[in-house]
Unconditional design. Structure first.
Length: 110
C-alpha cells in the first residue's frame, strides 16, 4: 500500500513557483498549476495554486519527501518574489535625475 500526500499552495504567480519547484521533484512527485479546479501544465494567467502530489511506499519516505518539498517551496517562493520585484523594477525604472545634476566638481587640478 502506498502513502500519498497532496500539497496545495496559492500564489500570485503559480507558474513561476511551479517552474522553480519542478527540477527538485523526485520520480514519485508531480507538480502542476491549478486554476478554477482544473490542473494544467502551462498557463499564462496569474493567481492560482501550485499542487504537488507525492506518492511513496513508506511513511518515512513520504515524510522525507514532504519535508524536502517544504524547504524547496520556501526557496521557490523567494525566487518568484525576486523575479517579480525585478520585473516591476524594469517596468517602472526609478528617476535618478539628470546627469548634470551632480554637486561635486570632478575636474583634476593637478
Amino acid at each position: 500500500m502506498s502513502r500519498r500526500a497532496t500539497i496545495r499552495t496559492r500564489h500570485d504567480d503559480p507558474e513561476l513557483v511551479a517552474r522553480a519547484l519542478r527540477p527538485d521533484n523526485t520520480d514519485e512527485m508531480e507538480t502542476v498549476v491549478e486554476r478554477d479546479g482544473n490542473e494544467t501544465e502551462t498557463e499564462t494567467e496569474t493567481e492560482g495554486a501550485v499542487v504537488t502530489h507525492i506518492e511513496r511506499e513508506t511513511t518515512g519516505g513520504l515524510h522525507s519527501n514532504v519535508d524536502d518539498y517544504a524547504v524547496n517551496l520556501e526557496v521557490a517562493i523567494d525566487v518568484a518574489r525576486s523575479g517579480r520585484d525585478r520585473r516591476e523594477q524594469r517596468e517602472q525604472p526609478a528617476d535618478a535625475g539628470s546627469a548634470s545634476d551632480a554637486d561635486s566638481d570632478t575636474t583634476d587640478t593637478s
